[in-house]
Structures are given as C-alpha cells and as structure tokens.
Design a protein around this ligand. Structure first.
Ligand code: PLP
Length: 413
C-alpha cells in the first residue's frame, strides 16, 4: 500500500519561502547577516549567552568536544541508546566513548550505570580494548525524543567525578525541566552544562534542511567553536568581504568547514519564531495518542512527566511482546502495509558492528537498552498532521494489536 501517513512532513510556510528568496536576491548566500540574526534569536530563545550556528548537530558536537580540549586516549561517557553522531565525535578526536546503558522507561542515560562503568574502568572489568589507564574527562547526555533528563542530576554526577557536560539536544528544542513543581523551569540550553548542541536536520523539531547550533555561557568556548567552524581563520568571509574587516586573515588552528549558510538561516529564523506553536501541535497529537491507546494492553506508551516541557520530537511506543504474537520488525512491516510511515530510535550503539568489534561490548553490558530497543516503534508526530492522519495511525496500530494479540490467539484455541 502507498504511504497514507508519512513519518514526517516539514512544516514550512510563506515566511520561510520569502526569507529564502530575499536571501537569494540579496547576493549574500553563505554565513552572513541572517546567520548572525538566527544566532542572536536562538540564544535568546534558550537563555544562553552565546550561540554558534553550524551546518549540523554533528558539527556542533565535534566542535564542542574539541573546544573542551578532548585529547586522544581520553574517555567520555556516552549513552548506547543514541544516534551515531553522539559517539563518533569522540572517535574523531581519537578518544574513547565509554558506552552507558539507558533507563528502561525513559531511554535516557542511566547515571547509576554511568557510575558502574567508571567503577568497572578502575577495577579492570570493562572489555579489554578500553585501556585501564583511560582518563575519563566528560559526559555527553542525550534527551531522547525530547524528554529531558534530570539535568541537575547529570551536573551533580559530573561534578562528583570531575567531568565536563555536553548536552546532545538534537531532539530537545524547545524543551525544559525542573527538579520539582516548587522549583523554577530551566530551558534546555540554559544553565551550567558546558555546551548544548541542537539539530535542524529535515526531520527535527525546527529545521533548516541541514543545520545545527552550539550554545554556551562561556565566551572562550564560543570563540573557539566559532574559530574552528571556519578553518581556524582569524575572521570569517562576512568580515572579509562585507567591508567590515580586512582581507588578510590568519590561520590560527587547523579548523573545519562547519559554517551554516544564510540560505539555511533564512529558514531557521522563521522556524524559530513558530517553534513553540509547532511544539504545542505535537503535544496535542501526543495527547490524542495517549487517549486513543489508553486501554491497549499490547502497548506501553512513552513516559510523560509534569516536571518536563517535552518537545515531542518522537512518540516511541513500546510493544508488550509477551502479549503480541509478532516481534517489532513484523509490527513495523504491518504498519507500513497499512500505509503508516514509522521508524525505530534506535538500534543501540553496542549492537552496531563498529562498536562491537572495536570495543568488544556485549549485549549483557547494557541489559536495559538491549531489551528496550526490541520493543520500540516511533509513530508519526509532526505539526500539520491532520485529524484524519492521526485517526489512520490510531486505527492501524489498534488493528495490528488486535490481529496479533496473544489474548485473541488464546481465545481462538
Ligand atoms: C541524538 C542525536 N544526536 C545527533 C544527531 C545528529 O544531528 P545532525 O544530523 O544535525 O548532525 C542526531 C540526528 O538524528 C540525533 O538523533
């Protein structure tokens, strides 16, 4: 069957289109005034002092660990339940990602397991490819699907082990957390983590096609990331060619080519302006899924928390496999056959060939992630999703649950 409900559909309006046209007509295509405006407005939106616009979240994460001085052979705690980028930037620096299991309910990093992995390093019980003398210097956490971790807990953990914190907030804009109802909200990106990195990839909560942002309160870290984002040059092209600076740049360090274009920033400025209304739309769709699936025993629904403003980038249901006569892969195929686009977030890193072969991690080292990923299916959730589309997804999921329910098989027998 053709796809009736896509997994995602970007929400782009006349504002984005006209701003892109304005950029094309302006004659300035690469990083320039629109990027600067996007940075200033994004920093304000998350409550950070500095924002550096980049061409991906991967670039932001790479520049973050570079700016923090990550050295070859150093160790960084990284969740196994994440996308490739979170760990590969550690490898870019020749450092060692020390994978950590997830919380079985939220899928976010389990800090108790992070402590165990550090103890395992001291006691020599981690897999042999991880050298015993690895100096662990930092922790990168991911707010999976847009449900923020208890960032206070992360910071306490990091402080007690002398680690810097980078937040991979690819999914978490806009999002917020508070320790309890009597405490004030803290936006994702506000506060004391060293650097927070966002993604504006096509499927993210706001998009620039491809794009990312790194935010920090530390001017030195921001300056270093900005320098390294453009070949380590002493000043950028906008400075060189706009009449605001000299032509004679200096190479200060062997940097990268990670700058965002004004064409992309033109889209971002308008996406940013409607970020909260798009978040509310996703929240309303999540609410409809919660209502519709409330009595469906074959499913567990993603966690909600009154102390979190959830970005609802993802709506990952968990299949109760003991109640279903099929596995997750068959469930996904059945959804596709019913015209529903869906995805899985994620096969954990320790179950990917590179991490298995390089570090010899086994499934038993991450019991929660190993068990959880077999049950995960992310349903469509995007602004502009119509009532008919939501109802189609609900009906398809419920029909598959009824068709494959073990309870039904038992009655038939
Ligand atoms: C958790 C996480 N981190 C980082 C990234 C990388 O983002 P980008 O494609 O902008 O580099 C992704 C992309 O999906 C992601 O899901």
């Amino acid at each position: 069957m053709e796809t009736k409900v896509p997994f995602l559909r970007p929400s782009l309006g006349e504002g984005e289109i006209n701003e892109v046209l304005d950029t094309l007509r302006s004659g300035w295509l690469t990083s320039g005034p629109k990027v600067r405006r996007f940075e200033v407005e994004f920093a304000e939106a998350v409550g950070a002092k500095h924002a550096v616009a980049l061409n991906s979240c991967t670039a932001a994460l790479h520049l973050a660990v570079e700016a923090l001085g990550l050295k070859p052979g150093d160790g960084v705690l990284v969740p196994t339940m994440t996308f490739a980028a979170t760990a590969e930037v550690v490898r870019y620096m020749g450092a060692v990602p020390i994978l950590v299991d997830c919380d079985p309910v939220t899928a976010n990093m389990d800090l108790t397991d992070a402590g165990k992995k550090l103890a395992g390093l001291r006691e020599g019980t981690l897999p042999p490819p991880i050298p015993l003398d690895t100096r662990v210097v930092g922790i990168i956490v991911v707010h999976v699907g847009g449900l923020m971790m208890n960032v206070g807990g992360v910071r306490d953990f990091a402080a007690s082990h002398g680690l810097w914190v980078v937040e991979d907030a690819a999914h978490a804009f806009p999002a917020a957390w508070r320790p309890s109802p009597s405490k004030p909200w803290e936006r994702c990106g506000e506060g004391t983590s060293a650097i927070t990195c966002y993604s504006f990839y096509a499927n993210k909560t706001i998009t620039t096609g491809e794009g990312g942002m790194a935010v920090t309160d530390d001017a030195k870290l921001a300056d270093r990331m900005r320098l390294m984002s453009l070949h380590g040059l002493s000043h950028d092209a906008w400075g060189r060619y706009s009449g605001k600076g000299a032509w004679d740049y200096r190479i200060m360090a062997p940097g990268f080519k990670y700058n965002l274009t004004d064409i992309a920033a033109a889209i971002g400025i308008h996406q940013l302006a409607k970020a909260e209304s798009m978040r509310s739309e996703r929240e309303a769709i999540a609410g409809r899924y919660f209502e519709a699936f409330a009595g469906t025993e074959e499913l567990e629904l993603p966690p909600r928390d009154p102390d979190r403003v959830h970005s609802w980038h993802l709506f990952p249901i968990r299949l109760c496999l003991e109640r279903l006569g099929v596995g997750r892969n068959e469930f996904v195929e059945a959804l596709k056959a019913a015209g529903v686009g869906c995805s899985v977030h994620w096969r954990p890193l320790h179950l990917h060939q590179y991490y298995e072969e390089t570090y010899c991690w086994g499934a038993e080292d991450f019991p929660a992630a190993t068990a959880l990923w077999e049950r995960l299916v992310s349903l469509p959730i995007f602004p502009g999703m119509t009532d008919a589309e939501v109802m189609h997804v609900v009906a398809a999921v419920k029909n598959i649950c009824i068709e494959y329910s073990c309870a039904r098989e038992a009655v038939a027998a």
